[in-house]
Every structure is written in structure tokens, then in C-alpha cells.
Design a protein around this ligand. Structure first.
Ligand code: ATP
Length: 138
């Protein structure tokens, strides 16, 4: 049973030839995509858009049809083991300027190779590869 559900996006900007992906450095130390808890009554897309806005200040977000993947993991919150699912979309922005919130200690726009190195978790790296493949196949 899933205890927590979050939504977010692999957010990219087309600067030159290659897309650059936005990664956030969480206060816990890991690097991951913008994401956050789905609130009651929100769709997954609404939650992802709201979290992107809250966490980065970016409001021009265009979700690409046909990409939706979930990752699941477990982590310890105090003494409790939490089962978490995160649904991630693929979204495009034209805004490079980022204003992070108190939930993060840094951000970076990175091309694929650097982004995959910077991401902390295997499942996030795999998801980025799937997002890149999706972009290439369009
Ligand atoms: P949210 O952004 O959804 O509000 P959060 O900031 O509360 O989430 P998470 O990013 O889910 O927290 O991190 C909670 C814990 O889970 C941290 O200890 C983190 O290291 C770990 N964690 C985060 N992502 C993964 C993952 N993909 N695989 C395994 N553990 C992860």
C-alpha cells in the first residue's frame, strides 16, 4: 500500500541542440526532479504544475502528451517506513530563471550526460533515459 503520492516532471528547456533538464538539490542531500505531494482534489498534472511553480517559480510549463512514468521507493520517516510513489511527466519550459524555495539548497540545468550523473537515484536516472528517448522519438 502506498502511503505517499507525489507528482512532478522532467522539466526541460531547449537552449541549443540538446535539451537541458532541471534538477533540484533537496535539503536531505539528493538531486531529483521538481515534485511534491498531490493534494486532495488535485489531478496529478495540477499537482506537478503547482509544485514546479512553488519549487522553481516557473509558470510556463507545457506537458508533452504520451509520457507518464512512476517510480516507487521506501524511506524512513522518524521510525516509520513510508512507501512512496512519484508520477513524473515530461514538460517543456522557455524560462531559464529559477527561484528555489526553502525545500531546496540548489538547482542546475544540465544536458543529459551531466544530468544522469548528478541524479542521485538509479530509478530517477532510468526515468530520465526514458524521457530522453521519448523526446528523440517525436
Ligand atoms: P516531495 O518532493 O515529494 O514532497 P520530500 O522532499 O518529502 O518529497 P523525497 O524526495 O521523497 O522527500 O525524499 C524522502 C527520502 O526518500 C529521502 O531520504 C531521500 O533520500 C529518499 N529518496 C528520494 N528519492 C528516492 C528514490 N528515487 N529512491 C530511493 N530513495 C529516495
Amino acid at each position: 500500500m502506498v502511503d505517499e503520492r507525489s507528482a512532478g516532471a522532467v522539466l526541460f528547456i531547449h537552449a541549443g541542440q540538446e535539451p537541458e533538464y532541471l534538477l533540484l538539490n533537496y535539503t536531505a542531500g539528493h538531486w531529483d526532479f521538481p515534485k511534491g505531494n498531490i493534494e486532495l482534489g488535485e489531478t496529478e498534472h495540477e499537482a506537478a504544475a503547482r509544485e514546479i511553480q512553488e519549487e522553481t517559480g516557473i509558470t510556463d510549463v507545457e506537458f508533452l502528451a504520451g509520457f507518464e512514468q512512476s517510480i516507487t521507493y521506501r524511506y524512513r520517516k522518524a521510525r516509520r517506513l513510508v512507501e512512496k510513489e512519484v508520477v513524473l511527466f515530461l514538460a517543456k519550459t522557455n524560462t531559464r530563471h529559477v527561484t528555489i524555495s526553502h525545500e531546496h539548497i540548489g538547482y542546475a540545468w544540465k544536458k543529459y550526460d551531466d544530468a544522469t550523473r548528478l541524479l542521485t537515484y538509479r530509478n530517477a536516472k532510468d526515468l530520465l533515459a526514458a524521457a530522453r528517448d521519448h523526446l528523440r522519438s517525436r
